[in-house]
Design a protein around this ligand. Structure first.
Ligand SMILES: *[C@@H]1O[C@H](CO)[C@@H](O)[C@H](O)[C@H]1NC(C)=O
Ligand SMILES: *[C@@H]1O[C@H](CO)[C@@H](O)[C@H](O)[C@H]1NC(C)=O
Length: 172
């Protein structure tokens, strides 16, 4: 319950439009750090990072990495709670649909960012039967960062998680 209360008031939306005229929402989330890959270009303002992010298919958000430096992120797998952490921005992919049994707002936003590519499996995963199979870039350490509702399993060489629709069915 404590964690939920922290998140309930630390979501702040920042809006920016992309070159196609659509409006994009970035959630400015405190107290968490994302497990994702940092891209190397460094932007001087949040706005510059957002502008870049909305033009990249794989971008899931960005973070402040130095006093005047912001870097975009891709390949989100999960997050860790860190109460000292600020200036983490998640590109909102939720679309506003509410599921009756979804977990808290943060989990919900993280989930849609993990599946941002629109497929049944996250980036770097392929459909394998009823599951998603990670490629060789997904180490055991990365596998362990997926949220528990994605049931990450490591079989000794490969990471498996459940598919998007399996989770949405549980939240319906
Ligand atoms: C995001 O939140 C942090 C911490 O509350 C704040 O310092 C920062 O100015 C916010 N960023 C924007 C773009 O509003
Ligand atoms: C996940 O993120 C946390 C916080 O940034 C970091 O300490 C941890 O090493 C990350 N784990 C992986 C596997 O990237």
């Amino acid at each position: 319950m404590r964690a939920f209360n922290i998140f309930a008031f630390l979501f702040l939306a920042v809006l920016i439009s992309n070159s196609h005229g659509g409006v994009n929402i970035f959630l400015n989330i405190s107290c968490v750090e994302f497990n994702a890959t940092l891209s190397t270009p460094i932007y001087e303002t949040p706005k510059a990072a957002m502008r870049e992010c909305v033009e990249q298919d794989s971008c899931i958000g960005f973070k402040k990495t130095s006093e005047y430096g912001y870097q975009t992120l891709r390949g989100l797998t999960g997050y860790v709670i860190n109460e000292a952490s600020e200036d983490n921005y998640l590109w909102d992919q939720t679309g506003g649909e509410i599921f009756p049994n979804q977990p808290n707002e943060l989990e919900y936003a993280i989930f849609f960012a993990i599946f941002k590519n629109g497929n049944e499996c996250p980036l770097r995963f392929a459909v394998d039967g009823t599951l998603c199979r990670g490629n060789t870039a997904i180490s055991k350490d990365i596998c362990d960062t997926f949220p528990s509702y994605m049931v990450p399993q490591w079989d000794g060489t490969t990471c498996f998680v459940v598919q998007k629709q399996t989770i949405l069915n549980q939240w319906a």
